[in-house]
Design a protein around this ligand. Structure first.
Ligand code: HEM
Length: 461
C-alpha cells in the first residue's frame, strides 16, 4: 500500500526529566522503550537529530517489517560500517548481493545435519570447562558467578568447534575480553554524531586496536596452521574446515568459495555473534533453574528417559521439555535485544502507519516477548507454553532468533549447544540461591546481562 497523504503520522514522544532522547535511550534502552510504549501505544515516533525513528510494539508490525515487507527494509548502513571496522566484511556486516552470496555459502555449514558433526567438539569443551570451573567431588559445593561460568563454557565451545584446539583458560579469557571490549566500543560509536575515519584519533581507538590484534593473531595463526597441514588431523568436522571447503551452489561472477579475507572475517563474526548470546541465554536459564526446583526435577526425569541407549544428538532431540525451558528463558530474557533495527528503503505502510523512506524502525523484542496479548501472565516462567500441543504462539510474538531472511544463522548451533550444556548441568548439579534471593534486574550490555552478579550455589550430585 502506498502512503496516503491524509494518513496521520504517529504521535511524537519526549524524554522524561528533560534528558536528550538519545542519551536516555543509550543509558536505558529497555526503560526508554517501556516509557515510549506506555505514553504512545503500539507505535512511537521520535525525532532525533533530524532522524525519524519509529518503535513498533505489535507482533503483526514486526512480521510485516522482517518478513512480508523485508524487501522494503535494509539493515542500517551506519551500523554495518561500525561493525565492519572490527569484523571486516562478513555475513553480518554486508547487505545485498554480497550478503546473499555469503549466506548461501555458509548456510549448509550450519544445517542441523552439519551441526551434529560438531557435537563431539562441543561435548569435549563442556566437560573440560565444567571440570575446571565447578566442584568435581560428589557433595562438593561452591557459589558461582553464573555469567563468568557461562562465558567460559560458551567461549570454549566456539574456540573448540572453530579450530578443534583445546585452549587454555587464559587464552579463552583473552578472546572473550577482546570481543566484549570491541563490541562495547561499537555500541558506543553507534551513538556518536559521526563515524571517525581510522586515521583520526578518537576515544577508544588504541584499546580497539589492541583487542583487534588479539583476535586477528589468533585467527591468522589457526588458519595458517590449517592451510600448511599442521593441524589438519582430526579436524575435518570443525567449523574452520567447513569454511575452507564451503562452495556456492549458485555461483555468480564472484568467487564460488569464500576468499581468505572472508574466512577470516566470518571467524571474527562467529566469536562476536556466537558466544555472548548463548552465554546470556544460559545465565538466565541457570538462574531460573535455581529458583524453580520443580522444573529441574521434571527435567531430570526427561533426560534420564531420553538418554537410555541414545546418541547425544538423538537424546537432545528427545528432550522437548528441556528445549521448552530454554525457549521460555529466552522469551523472558531475550539475549539479542539491542540494535534490532531496520531502515526503510522506500515509502511503505506498516499496519496503518505510514513509514517514510529513510526512517529507522526498532523492533523491541523484550516488549514483544512480554506482551499480555501474546502471552498469558507474561512475567511468569512457564516452559509449557513451548511444549508440543500448547496453544499456538502468535506469529512473530517470539523473536529470540529473529525472523525473515536475516534470521539467526547459528540457531541450530546455539540450540544444540545450549541443550547439551543445560542437560549436563542439571544431571550433575543441584542449583540453589540464598534464601529469599531473586534474579537480578537485566541490563543491555551487548547481550542481555544481569545488572548485579547472579550468584548460584552449585552442589555436585
Ligand atoms: C542463544 C543464542 C543466539 C541468539 C539469541 C541469537 C540471536 C540472533 C538474532 C535475533 C539475529 C537476527 C538479527 C537481525 O535480524 O537483525 C541473529 C543473527 C545472526 N546470528 Fe545469532 N543468535 C544466537 C547464536 C548464534 C550463534 C551461536 C551463531 C554462530 C555460530 C550466530 C550467528 C548469527 C549470524 C551469522 C547472524 C546474521 C545472519 C544474517 O544476517 O544473515 N548466532 N542472531
Amino acid at each position: 500500500m502506498a502512503i496516503n497523504p491524509s494518513m496521520d503520522a504517529p504521535p511524537a514522544v519526549k524524554a522524561p526529566l528533560g534528558l536528550p532522547l538519545l542519551t536516555y535511550i543509550q543509558q536505558d534502552p529497555l526503560g526508554a522503550a517501556s516509557h515510549f510504549q506506555r505514553r504512545l501505544g503500539d507505535v512511537a515516533r521520535l525525532n532525533i537529530l533530524f532522524r525519524r525513528i519509529y518503535y513498533f510494539f505489535s507482533p503483526e508490525a514486526a512480521r510485516q517489517i522482517l518478513v512480508d515487507h523485508q524487501a522494503d527494509f535494509t539493515r542500517e548502513a551506519r551500523l554495518l560500517k561500525i561493525f565492519e571496522s572490527f569484523q571486516g566484511k562478513n555475513v553480518l556486516t554486508t547487505e545485498g548481493a554480497d550478503w546473499e552470496r555469503q549466506r548461501r555459502i555458509l548456510a549448509p555449514g550450519f544445517s542441523p545435519k552439519r551441526i551434529s558433526g560438531y557435537i563431539n567438539l562441543m561435548r569435549a569443551a563442556i566437560h573440560d570447562s565444567v571440570r575446571e570451573e565447578l566442584p568435581a567431588v560428589r557433595g562438593g559445593s561452591a557459589i558461582v558467578d553464573v555469567d563468568a561460568l557461562t562465558t567460559c563454557i560458551t567461549m570454549d565451545v566456539i574456540l573448540r568447534t572453530l579450530f578443534s584446539q583445546p585452549t587454555t583458560r587464559t587464552e579463552a579469557n583473552r578472546v572473550s575480553t577482546a570481543i566484549r571490549a570491541l563490541t562495547r566500543q561499537s555500541m558506543r560509536e553507534v551513538f556518536w554524531a559521526f563515524i571517525p575515519p581510522e586515521w583520526m584519533p578518537y576515544p577508544g581507538r588504541a584499546e580497539k586496536r589492541k583487542h583487534l590484534r588479539v583476535i586477528n593473531t589468533l585467527i591468522a595463526t589457526q588458519v595458517d596452521a590449517r592451510k600448511s597441514g599442521v593441524t589438519s588431523s582430526g579436524s575435518s568436522q570443525d567449523v574452520l574446515e567447513m569454511l575452507l571447503a564451503a562452495r556456492d551452489d549458485q555461483p555468480t561472477s564472484a568467487s564460488a568459495t569464500l576468499t581468505s579475507k572472508e574466512i577470516h572475517d566470518n571467524c571474527v563474526l562467529l566469536f562476536s555473534a556466537g558466544f555472548d548470546t548463548a552465554s546470556s541465554a544460559l545465565t538466565w536459564w541457570i538462574g531460573l533453574m535455581a529458583t524453580h526446583p520443580e522444573v529441574v526435577a521434571r527435567l531430570r526425569d526427561e533426560i534420564g528417559a531420553a538418554s537410555a541407549g541414545a546418541s547425544p544428538i538423538e537424546s537432545v532431540a528427545r528432550l522437548p521439555y528441556l528445549n521448552a525451558t530454554i525457549k521460555e528463558a529466552m522469551r523472558l530474557y531475550p539475549p539479542s535485544t539491542a540494535l534490532f533495527t531496520r531502515v526503510a528503503l522506500r515509502d511503505v505502510v506498516i499496519g496503518d502507519t505510514p513509514v517514510k523512506k529513510g526512517t529507522l524502525v526498532v523492533i523491541p523484542i523484550w516488549h514483544l516477548h512480554r506482551d499480555p496479548r501474546s502471552f498469558d501472565e507474561p512475567g511468569a516462567f512457564r516452559p509449557e507454553r513451548f511444549m508440543p500441543g500448547a496453544p499456538a504462539i502468535p506469529r512473530s510474538a517470539y523473536l529470540a532468533f529473529g525472523a525473515g531472511p536475516h534470521f539467526c544463522l547459528g540457531q541450530h548451533f546455539a540450540t544444540i549447544e545450549m541443550a547439551l550444556i543445560a542437560a549436563h548441568i542439571v544431571q550433575n548439579f543441584d542449583l540453589s540461591m540464598e534464601d529469599g534471593a531473586v534474579l537480578p534486574e537485566p541490563v543491555v550490555d551487548i547481550a542481555l546481562k544481569p545488572k548485579t552478579p547472579l550468584r548460584v550455589r552449585f552442589t555436585r550430585r
